[in-house]
Design a protein around this ligand. Structure first.
Ligand code: C2E
Ligand code: CA
Ligand code: CA
Length: 573
């Protein structure tokens, strides 16, 4: 194809003062310029009628061959009012100042750059041009808004659009959400610069792990997301493990400071776990929550039971939070502790029960950890104490004496500065002596090391309450703490009792625990005693105190009262 450049350069119309550029700038010069400028130009009277339009204006507005002089701008171009021109022009006229704006004019599917220049008080000169092309470049430049500054990775907005596009294409793919555990503490303790440095390093590691087809996105402060075409469970398992491993290595944040932490991962797959962006993200989030519940450093791939499980947890949490324990079906039972050598009642343990109006009976193994995590344990235990103490007050009146009452308390409760004062207050309110109360704690590390917990327990002990260690033998790493820990009694876990007659090793451990307790002057009780053989073994070993189905399952307050307080003695069944 030949190209005649000469012809292209030639002016398309002739000049009125052809070849002569000298002399003053005249009205006809101005007119010539207006007629030949590349911008559209028109002049409006203050009643919004056109008093002049150049050729280019007719052309751009698609009105060639028409005469718009004397016509109202808003009658001819009503959509321009919606686009904001009328108010812009009004403003320009009123202020007497030039105004520039960009409008999208729908009938022509065109963006215009518009300059309105007041001429005197009553007229407005307007020049305008088609800027659609710039607008399209501009929108490409918005790409900048799709990047995360710190890591250079695509950001959340990009992730959402990309996911949308992958769904539209009908691809099979996985959404992998990753959340750094404990990042907030790093930020809070060492400042945002340090936090940023950590995230930057982690993003480099993640980039290395990602395959060429995987997209990594930084969606928020310490959250990343991968879009990957891996969808096989085995493949995802391996990959998630690699990611967790790479995160676990320490990051050097300064000459003297290395920081390492773990991450939680939640995975959902398109299309089975969601056919929209929202659904896919929410299922991945659900899986992530599951990982967080496992205390992090793990990954979960979404499945439907997870949603049901979480929904159940949410209901439990909400109901615990409402504090309406009695209304929501919450009550308590008591399990007798018996001296096996003579069958006498030695005490009771109070256990929570929940008959949920919708979910049915819920085990304390399920709701106590939720209460502990959500902080509802304070009110829940407070409610339980009131239930049992008000009953005990009545027993005391009717029978002249009450058994010692053991109540389970969790680390959160013991970390409460008010724990001791609240407990004493409750005891006083119901006229129950502190030596009738036993506090059961489990053998957990935070209990043994926290000063607040130790001081709470000491105060309880000093006031005459008994402190016992529950599930003894299951959670310790060393027993030396027993020598200076405020404790009066240990409850041997059911695990060991269960192995009596079945494991010599377990029996040997049992005997040493009992001997150890004796040596330290501690009381000892066997939990979960179910058989005659177990009872006999314990009595022979010097541990006659037992609690378990052999004597009684946990009983309602009425049954307990009837069986043990109304004058009858416990008998083996
Ligand atoms: P735990 O404190 O070790 O309580 C003993 C658990 O063993 C009770 O389960 C009891 O019903 C069960 N049990 C007692 N004797 C036998 C037996 O001979 N055989 C068998 N197989 N089981 C026996 P429960 O009531 O389901 O409570 C489970 C756990 O939930 C409790 O274990 C305790 O850790 C916790 N819990 C229950 N109520 C409360 C509460 O009000 N507050 C707190 N913080 N924890 C509670
Ligand atoms: Ca207990
Ligand atoms: Ca126990």
């Amino acid at each position: 194809m030949t190209h005649n450049s000469d012809e292209k350069k030639r002016p398309s119309s002739s000049c009125p003062q052809s070849g002569n550029n000298s002399g003053p700038f005249s009205a006809s010069d101005a007119y010539y310029l207006l007629e030949h400028m590349s911008d559209g130009f028109y002049m409006l009277e203050n009643d919004w009628t056109f008093i002049y339009l150049n050729e280019r204006a007719y052309e751009i507005l698609g009105r060639q061959g028409e005469d718009l002089i004397g016509c109202s701008a808003w009658d001819e171009f009503p959509e321009a009012v919606d686009a904001g021109l009328r108010s812009a022009y009004g403003q320009a006229l009123e202020s007497g100042e030039r105004l520039q704006t960009e409008i999208y004019y729908k009938p022509l599917n065109t963006w215009f750059g518009v300059t309105a220049q007041p001429v005197g008080k009553d007229r407005l000169a307007v020049y305008f041009s088609d800027i659609s092309q710039y607008k399209s470049v501009e929108s490409q430049l918005e790409y900048m808004a799709y990047r995360d500054d710190l890591t250079g990775l695509p950001n959340r907005r990009a992730a959402l659009e990309l996911t949308e596009a992958m769904i539209t294409e009908g691809n099979r793919f996985s959404v992998i959400l990753l959340d750094i555990d404990g990042f907030r503490q790093l930020n809070d303790l060492y400042g945002h610069d340090t936090g940023d440095r950590y995230i930057f390093e982690i993003s480099k590691r993640l980039k290395e792990i990602a395959g060429p087809e995987d997209v990594i996105v930084r969606t928020a402060g310490d959250e990343f997301m991968f879009l990957s075409d891996r969808t096989e469970t085995g493949d995802l398992d391996r990959w998630a493990k690699d990611i967790l491993k790479s995160i676990s290595y320490p990051v050097k944040l300064s000459a003297t400071f290395n920081f390492s932490t773990t991450a939680s991962i939640g995975i959902s797959r398109h299309p089975e776990d969601g056919e929209t962006v929202g659904k896919l993200l929410s299922t991945a989030d659900t899986a992530m929550f599951e990982s967080k519940l496992q205390r992090g450093n793990c990954f979960s791939i979404y499945h439907d039971e997870m949603r049901a499980k979480l929904e159940r947890r949410r209901i439990i949490e909400d109901d615990l939070f409402s504090g309406e324990f009695r209304e929501k079906g919450f009550y308590c039972v008591v399990q007798p502790q018996i001296d096996g050598s003579d069958g006498r009642l030695a005490g009771i343990e109070v256990l929570s029960r929940w008959e949920h109006p919708v979910l049915g009976p819920i085990s304390p193994f399920e709701f106590i950890p939720v209460a502990e995590d959500s902080g509802a344990i304070h009110r829940l235990t407070g409610h339980l104490l009131e239930l049992i103490l008000s009953e005990a007050e009545r027993w005391l009146r009717e029978y002249g004496d009450i058994p010692k009452i053991a109540v389970n308390v969790t680390p959160h409760l013991l970390e409460d500065k008010e724990f001791y004062a609240n407990t004493v207050h409750d005891l006083e309110m119901y006229g129950i002596s502190p030596d009738k109360l036993e506090v059961e704690i489990t053998e957990e590390s935070e209990l043994l090391t926290s000063n607040l917990i130790l001081s709470n327990l000491r105060k309880c002990q000093d006031a005459g309450m008994t402190v016992s260690i529950d599930d003894f033998g299951t959670g310790f790493s060393g027993l030396s703490y027993l020598t200076n820990f405020p404790v009066d009694k240990i409850k041997i876990d059911r695990f060991f009792i269960n192995l009596i007659g079945r494991s010599d090793k377990s029996e040997a451990i049992l005997l040493s625990i009992i001997t150890l307790a004796e040596g330290l002057g501690l009381d000892v009780i066997g939990e979960g005693v179910e058989t005659d053989e177990q009872l006999r073994f314990l009595i022979a070993a010097g541990c006659p105190l037992v609690q378990g189905y052999y004597y009684d399952k946990p009983l309602s307050l009425e049954v307990f009262e009837e069986k043990y307080l109304a004058g009858r003695l416990a008998k083996p069944e």
